[in-house]
Design a protein around this ligand. Structure first.
Ligand SMILES: CC(C)(COP(=O)(O)OP(=O)(O)OC[C@H]1O[C@@H](n2cnc3c(N)ncnc32)[C@H](O)[C@@H]1OP(=O)(O)O)[C@@H](O)C(=O)NCCC(=O)NCCS
Length: 108
């Protein structure tokens, strides 16, 4: 089974958002998630993340997780989607605070 998966959101032929996933030990890490600036705030990030969670569940994962840098300002987004801020690593990478978010996946 592939350990990485990539999902994209398209507007016509243009890719306007993407998420990359890494699967390990029944967990799914969101490696990267980015929505083109002019398409942010339209629900695309939510849809991509929810699709990723569906894939992770079907693969038997019980947890989603990701790192985010404090200055990326994605904290509100992850909290809104039910992720918990489980850990803050102070000045961890290039003097930036790194946030660890996790979400337990409920089996349906
Ligand atoms: C963070 C990001 C992925 C969110 O995707 P998006 O498509 O813009 O988000 P959505 O439109 O699905 O927003 C869902 C909810 O989260 C909220 N939200 C989104 N970005 C937010 C932010 N930076 N801070 C606080 N809340 C945020 C929205 O207000 C929305 O809430 P609402 O339904 O009450 O309006 C996107 O803005 C992005 O690519 N940012 C730059 C790169 C980045 O930070 N990536 C994350 C790296 S870990």
């Amino acid at each position: 089974m592939k350990r990485c998966e990539y999902l994209v959101a398209r507007e016509g032929k243009q890719i306007v958002g993407a998420i990359s996933l890494f699967f390990e030990d029944k967990t799914c890490k969101i490696d990267d998630l980015a929505i083109k600036q002019e398409y942010q705030g339209k629900g695309i990030g939510t849809k991509l993340t929810e699709r990723a969670e569906g894939i992770a569940k079907r693969r038997g994962c019980n947890k989603m997780w990701c790192f985010s840098s404090k200055d990326l300002n994605a904290c509100g987004f992850y909290l809104k989607l039910g992720y918990n801020l489980e850990k803050i690593m102070k000045k961890h990478f290039e003097r930036r605070d790194i946030l660890y978010f996790g979400k337990i996946l409920k089996s349906t």
